[in-house]
Design a binder for this molecule. Structure first.
Ligand code: 13P
Ligand code: SF4
Length: 300
């Protein structure tokens, strides 16, 4: 009941402004289930952003996702309800760091996780998400690639390919906190529990999980296998959102909160639509090069 006013106002504003709301899987259930038009993981949001037929896109997620939506929709107004919704991975690397890596490893292609600024993407050869990283790395047909900036994603992909991967030292502040000891305790406390881990978790965690994949793959896994008990080693709202669709499955916590994702609320989505804020802009010189890296990824 507390949310009803904001939900009704947002639905009306979307019609008035010809706006759509894209929401990441880590958004809270009232955003994910009640006001979003398009939901998904980072890859799905990037793909679906290309097909949006609206004047305004509100990105309920973090800043790099809003930038990606803007790169793919240069003529549309892209809004992010809170400019402070950042990401520890995006903050771990700058464009000049990428230039230094290129100097240090001449001729080695640079694959950049979408969890980066447009300026970093602009210095890269191609982007990837956790859902397509292996395919992207192998598509390049080279023995060695640089993969930035998530050290754990890079190591988790390296374990699945013969391609040598040079990593950076960035970490997701949500996923780096899970440990193999957490998994052992969970298995002891909840016998038979199925453990699904995100590839941003440390490799020791992925090694002890039953399955590792991006948020969309976790959701599919629950739908396909319908485990009696499951734990999603990822951001808390993920379990809340998937649980709504699978009341027969017991979702075991713990989980970790992403403070950046949690900055987005119904109240600031409403304000974004009412006041056209905050408009995402990207320097045109940066945008053309960053778009090329994202489009190369989407073509694979
Ligand atoms: P995916 O949705 O691509 O799995 O990414 C997870 C994430 O941490 C996004 O911020
Ligand atoms: Fe960044 Fe991790 Fe938060 Fe995703 S969950 S936005 S990777 S800090």
């Amino acid at each position: 009941p507390v949310f009803t006013d904001d939900i009704e106002a947002i639905l009306a504003l979307k019609r008035e402004r010809n706006a759509v709301i894209l929401a990441h899987n880590y958004q809270t259930p009232e955003i994910f289930h009640c006001v979003a038009d398009i939901v998904g993981d980072s890859l799905a949001l990037a793909r679906k952003a290309m097909t949006v037929d609206a004047d305004v896109i509100v990105l309920a997620g973090v800043h790099f996702m809003a930038e990606t939506a803007k790169l793919l929709n240069p003529g549309k107004s892209v809004l992010i309800p809170d400019l402070g919704a950042g990401c520890s991975l995006a903050d771990s690397i700058t464009a000049s760091d990428v230039r230094l890596m290129r100097q240090r490893y001449p001729g080695v292609p640079i694959v950049t996780y979408v969890n980066t600024s447009a300026a970093v993407k602009a210095e890269s050869d191609i982007c990837c998400t956790s859902g397509n990283a292996l395919a992207i790395v192998e598509s390049l047909g080279v023995p060695r690639v640089i993969m930035l900036p998530d050290e754990y994603l890079a190591k988790n992909i390296a374990a699945q390919t013969k391609v040598e991967i040079i990593a950076w030292k960035g970490h997701c502040e949500v996923h780096e906190r899970f440990s193999p000891a957490d998994i052992r305790e969970l298995r002891e406390a909840h016998p038979g529990v199925t453990v699904l881990a995100h590839p941003e978790c440390p490799p020791e965690v992925v090694a002890e999980a039953d399955f590792a994949g991006p948020t969309a793959a976790m959701s599919d896994y629950v739908g396909r296998h319908k485990p009696a008990r499951v734990v999603l080693m990822t951001e808390c709202s993920m379990s809340d959102n998937v649980a709504v669709e699978h009341p027969e499955v017991e979702f075991v916590r713990p989980c970790n909160l992403c403070p950046h994702m949690k900055r987005i609320t119904l109240a600031n989505i409403r304000a974004a639509l009412e006041e056209s804020r905050h408009i995402v802009t990207i320097d045109p010189g940066v945008a053309d090069r960053a778009r090329r890296a994202v489009e190369r990824m989407l073509a694979i």
